[in-house]
Design a protein around this ligand. Structure first.
Ligand code: ARG
Length: 501
């Protein structure tokens, strides 16, 4: 049974062995054009490198290479200038580009596909696209890192409890807390850069799966595309989507990290905590309760983390059990990847706006340092410094906490004889280390919350972000794209210059 009339769309790139045209339902179901058209510029760049390599190798003569390169340049300029748009009815973006070239050029257009397949072509376009998008994401992470660092630098002396199990634990500074989020995101930038590096293997030259009998030069294609490496194995090259998995994972982890931060802001802006206030521009109201100021962007962000994890899972499931080499299941890689990239982009942008507008209530934070014995560990450590084994100090301090709790006072409000009844080594001087500020100052181990250590950490944060920005600025455009943008010389004129003719 067929589901619809045959597709009367544009001619396809195959057909010789088929007696019938494809059923419309089948065509619609299998087409990737609705979502892969965003790869058009990257696919054109891949084709430019391929055509140029074929020409340099003598596989294409000048009469074919010139119109192909000029035709590709014109198509790219047309897309970028908005005078050309992708046309419906093709199987995928690769078919549209080749079909359009054939329509415009005739015979030379029909020679472009020499020594390549859509299988190595689609991998090439996807890798180029992914690398551009990932570099954009790294830029967004970098902006958020700077916003967090700047906020942190204003709050080295703002104290609050650090939590474990969402119970007050030990005093820290707000700067230290914000920088903890900084380092999660800094690691995200590193992960994204690694995913970018992983995608830097050129697969052009793998053909359908078995390379090519033509005298192609995959290393030259890699060089023209700005890839760092060339494929090792043509079968691996067309079956490999590990770079998509790693990128989806990096995006999912960005979202997971942002969702942890978002959850904290949601808690902190509640009346129960009252530690922070969202800027009015970053909150929403209620249609019925006039007093409400809801942290909705953060809730949406928290929700979208599930979506990003889903994208990663979806793509892993597409790969699971897939035999070598190319299978059309792989076409499904794109929507998962695009969604993961878009979700990460939106979340990072929103988080940056929210952090910029957040204000903190230092008094509420300070108030939370009282009544919960957040310096009990400092008392235990003071006893250790007086010679007691830590486990005994822990036990004795626990007893002192119980006494203070029953009396409704802070540890430092216990009279010395009461304190000594629990902790015999206690003396007058032990009280000095028990207030929250003294505790923070004393925690001056490397990476700790003491103001001097946090200032060092802020310096490391600057260095880390500078390195990320240096990576971004050091990124090179594919040479073949640079040649296209270089100016007035057309691709064919450039061939002539290179030839010295
Ligand atoms: N559109 C496909 C994709 O997105 C690429 C085409 C490969 N198709 C094929 N029949 N070999 O993965």
């Amino acid at each position: 049974m067929t589901g619809g009339p045959p597709n009367a769309g544009p001619a396809r790139l195959w057909g010789g062995r088929f007696a019938k045209s494809v059923d419309r339902t089948i065509d619609d179901f299998t087409s990737s054009l609705p979502f892969d058209q965003r790869l058009a510029p990257h696919d054109i760049v891949g084709s430019m490198a391929h055509a140029r390599m074929l020409y340099e190798q003598g596989v294409l003569d000048r009469e074919s290479a010139e119109p192909i390169l000029d035709g590709l340049s014109a198509l790219l300029s047309g897309l970028e200038g908005g005078t050309v748009s992708v046309q419906d009815g093709y199987e995928d973006v690769h078919s549209w580009i080749e079909g359009t070239l054939i329509e415009r050029l005739g015979d030379p257009g029909r020679r472009l596909h020499t020594g390549r397949s859509r299988n190595d072509q689609t991998g090439t376009a996807l890798r180029l696209y992914l690398r551009d998008e990932v570099a954009e994401l790294v830029g967004l992470v970098s902006q958020l890192l700077e916003t967090l660092r700047a906020k942190a630098s204003e709050h080295t002396d703002t104290l609050l409890p650090g939590y474990t199990h969402l119970q007050r634990g030990q005093p820290v500074s707000l700067a230290h807390h914000l920088l903890a989020h900084f380092w999660f995101l800094e690691a995200d930038a590193q992960r994204l850069m690694r995913a970018h590096g992983l995608a830097g293997t050129s697969v052009l030259g793998a053909g359908a799966l078995a390379g090519s009998p033509h005298d192609i030069d995959p290393e030259r294609s890699a060089e023209l595309l700005g890839f760092e490496r060339t494929l090792d194995n043509s079968m691996h090259a067309v079956a490999d989507r590990d770079y998509v998995v790693e990128t989806c994972f990096a995006c999912a982890l960005v979202l997971v990290h942002l969702s942890r931060w978002a959850e904290e802001v949601i808690l902190w802006t509640s009346a129960e905590f009252g530690f922070a206030q969202l800027d009015d521009a970053a909150a929403k109201g209620s249609s019925i309760m006039p007093q409400k100021k809801n942290p909705e962007p953060l809730e949406v962000l928290r929700g979208k983390s599930g979506r990003a994890v889903g994208d990663l899972m979806a793509h892993l499931m597409q790969l699971k059990g897939l035999p070598l080499t190319y299978n059309s299941d792989l076409q499904e890689d794109k929507e998962a990847l695009f969604d993961a990239l878009e979700t990460a982009r939106a979340a990072l942008t929103v988080a940056n706006v929210v952090v910029q507008g957040l204000s903190y209530d230092a008094d509420r934070m300070a108030a939370a340092l009282y009544g919960s014995f957040v310096t009990a560990t400092d008392l235990a450590d003071a006893l250790v410094k007086r010679g007691l084994p830590f486990r005994e100090a822990h036990e004795q301090t626990g007893a002192a906490v119980r006494v203070a709790e029953e009396a409704g006072v802070e540890l430092w409000e216990l009279p010395l004889d009461t304190l000594r009844a629990c902790c015999p080594l206690a003396d007058e001087s032990i009280y000095a280390g028990l207030d929250p500020a003294s505790s923070v100052a004393a925690h001056d181990s490397y990476g700790g919350p003491a103001p001097q250590r946090v200032r060092e950490q802020l310096e490391r944060a600057v260095t880390a972000r500078d390195a990320i920005d240096a990576w971004r600025t050091g990124r090179v455009e594919p040479p073949v794209l640079r040649a296209h943008r270089a100016g007035t010389l057309s691709q064919s004129e450039r061939l002539a210059v290179e030839d010295g003719s």
